[in-house]
Write a protein that binds this ligand. Structure first.
Ligand SMILES: Nc1ncnc2c1ncn2[C@@H]1O[C@H](COP(=O)(O)OP(=O)(O)OP(=O)(O)O)[C@@H](O)[C@H]1O
Length: 253
């Protein structure tokens, strides 16, 4: 079992000997112990089906562990009220997952409205977020289909940040856009993170994206095994022979 403790800060998210077995017999995550400090970007990387999404979703209890303990800010997620837990956790997915019949401003305001902020305050916050993620103010009146894929992803990030959650979960958020837009979105995320210092867990298949964004990189392999968790190498892009790049390779299983 690989145990990972990185960084000196407070442990915002902790996995203690966590396994997830699905009813069909699949072991998606196997005895995972991983501690993620506050205010950093941890990237979960690995080939398809190695348990990254399952790991991510155990943080906000969209998936419950079969054994072991997942804690956020020192509290076992299974003991928390699920709705309350999720209020403190932003969630961004591939293709943004925006509500098609709501304007961009209303999409971003979703969580503040659920929290009972009132329409005026929620919309003011949404307008602020629109600017923060680099979208023009007039895009707030449009509908998702009237924006490009990259713009929709920015809206997805803005929506996840709207209630100022300390934790942000990002599941392949830039996987569906072209490489140029992807680079722009990565830059935006790094800029935002410089300002906001959220605790970010970011899932990707793309090792170069992991190196670019991660303060630490957790490499998984099939069967939900954590192979390694470490800061990225100083050089970027890394030479193809670096050990963790080799351990990510699908044929390393
Ligand atoms: N609800 C489910 N029921 C049964 N098996 C599941 C379920 N969800 C995921 N799995 C299986 O668990 C394993 C891990 O899946 P998971 O989605 O966590 O992997 P992943 O690394 O995020 O994959 P990808 O990169 O392709 O999204 C896979 O074998 C998958 O088929």
């Amino acid at each position: 079992m690989t145990i990972c403790r990185q960084g000196k800060g407070k442990r915002m998210i902790s996995f203690k000997d966590v396994s997830k077995h699905y009813p069909n017999g699949t072991t998606a995550v196997d005895h995972l112990s991983l501690e993620l400090p506050e205010g950093g970007i941890t990237v979960l990387v690995g080939s398809s089906g190695c348990g990254k999404t399952t790991t991510l979703r155990m943080v906000n209890r969209m998936v419950e562990p079969s054994s072991g303990t997942v804690s956020v800010d020192g509290r076992d997620v299974l003991e928390a009220d699920a709705a309350e837990l999720r209020r403190g956790i932003g969630y961004v997915i591939q293709q943004a997952g925006l509500f098609p019949h709501r304007t961009i401003l209303d999409n971003i305001a979703t969580v503040p409205l659920l929290l009972g902020w009132g329409r005026r305050k929620a919309r003011a916050r949404a307008a602020e977020l629109l600017e923060l993620v680099g979208l023009p103010a007039d895009s707030g009146k449009r509908y998702p289909h009237q924006l490009s894929g990259g713009q929709q992803q920015r809206v997805g990030v803005a929506r996840a940040l709207a209630a100022d959650p300390p934790v942000l979960l990002m599941d392949e958020p830039f996987g569906a856009v072209d490489p140029v837009v992807r680079t722009q979105l990565q830059n935006e995320l790094l800029r935002l993170q410089g300002e906001l210092r959220k605790t970010v867990v970011f899932v990707t298949h793309d090792i170069d994206e992991a190196v670019r964004l991660g303060d630490r990189i957790a490499v998984f392999r099939t069967g939900g095994h954590l192979v390694q968790c470490a800061p990225p190498p100083n050089c970027w892009p890394p030479p193809p022979t670096t050990s963790w790049r080799a351990s990510w390779a699908p044929n390393a299983d």
